[in-house]
Design a protein around this ligand. Sequence first.
Ligand SMILES: [Fe+2]
Length: 581
Amino acid sequence: MFNLNTFIRWCATVFLVSACIIVIKSTAAEQSIMTSVPQLLSDPFLQLPTENSVRVVWFTEFAGSGHTVSYGQDFSQKAIANTIKLSRTREDRQSKTSIEYKQPTKRNIWRHEAEVTKLDSNTRLPYRVTSVREDGKTISSGEFTLAAKPKPGTPLKILLTSDHQLKPMTAANLQKVVETVGRVDGVFFAGDLVNIADRASEWFDDLRKGAFFPCLQGRAKYQLEKNGVKTTYTGGEIIQHAPLYTAIGNHEVMGRLERTDSLGDEFNDAYPRQAAIAQLLKQKRDRSIKDYSYNTDTYEEIFTLPKSDRGGKKYYAVTFGDVRLVVLYATNIWRSPSLDASAKGKYQERAQDIDNPDTWGYGQHIFEDIFRGSPQYNWLEDELNSPQFQKAKYKVVMLHHPPHSLGDNIVPAYTNPVQIIDTDKKNRIPVRYEYPIKQDYLIRDVVPLLEAASVQLVFYGHSHLWNRFISNEMNFLETSNVGNSYGAAIGEKRRDVPVGDRNYVITGDPNGLEPAIPTIAPLLDKNGQKLPYLASNDITAFSILNTATGSVVSYRFDTLKPNSEVIKFDEFKLKLKANIS
Ligand SMILES: [Fe+2]
């Protein structure tokens, strides 16, 4: 017979034993961490230089105390760091880590940032960082160099890069940057830094040894196998010495929080803000709109960037030497081109989801408005009219989404999806999306503004290839064949788009420009014809903006021939306006 008292006693015993096991396990884990030698989770890197200061940022897996930067002659000067805990970094089943995770699990990571002040312009000083763990043990980084922001007139080499995403050739690419041009003075990164922004290991310690920070800090050990030959690439020691300015790509944006058991699914579950408001009202749910739509929290917690009055870190402008860099937040969610009834894609909802908008994808919705009259557009207009912009020798605009490209990801047009609902449900696909090419916001609204403001270079990524275009003396460069390629839609290679619809261009640049042939050493096709692009999973490319000469130089390296030289294959000059010399 069931005895309630016995049952309660049994439950209490089970609870106590479980609690003890958890306490013993976590204490053992903490002791094992504490008995080990403390480690930094990353090398330090430089952020937000001003005329007389620069921030130094690094990460640990312990809160610790006394985190400091030592710098100057004999490292005798010190700057104390402020520490925060990253709020959304997690690991999951797909994480490549030494621990196996069954579901998304919080990973405790602390970020330290110290501001080094009273720097003389154009003076470079040695520095290192030190962290003290709770048990008093200390760990210091290697020695690097820091500097305040370069003055106008200082010759600079700036790396133009994007779309690293732990792809196979990224470490090789960045290693070749340093071997070819030495230490760069700055890095402009046009988005897609990792694949899943909240997956901590992609930033720090993915077991494939090609995570974001190791690659940009020369601590990667990525093994690339080509034709049976294995070569290990280290990446480049770059951002310990050079400030990094980034734009948000689609991979920096996470979707609705904690609704799935996979961070990949959470990444794909970005939901438009307006739809989120409607759903929260309908469901009477007490969740923030951000948590029920999308966020860039981890990206914004990791980086200290310039801020604009309207966009914060999401879109901003900064003067760096002779360059005025304008960074836009221009990216949308990527969805499948499939027209299969089971696909939640660019062009449709799944047939099974018709009565449940909470599960809809809303096509390739845009994360931040940029059409004429939107806050970002108005800010851009103000920025282009500002004295800082107008007096700059070089005017560069960086964004993630391509205005001109041979790549796949330029189609469909960059515009809010037009939703078409078949209320009679007679169609196989009752909810569809269209993207009128004439309403591409970048081409219709943004590019004319940039042209009128005499921007010399528009730099972007997203399609993982190298190609460039020229229109009215404005240069467009996509130098994103860093880690892999998705190919160039030209000749026989066609985009996967709905057939017979003029809104979706199958080959070439949908926005009407012919790609420029590389000026020095273009690749050749099988008939010996010069190719106006580089789209390869063997050959990786990078570009350097050299402000001494006003030129943008692109290089390629063939990973099929690990001992081969890097080849300079393209160079073009930014045209100076007559009133500037
Ligand atoms: Fe992208």
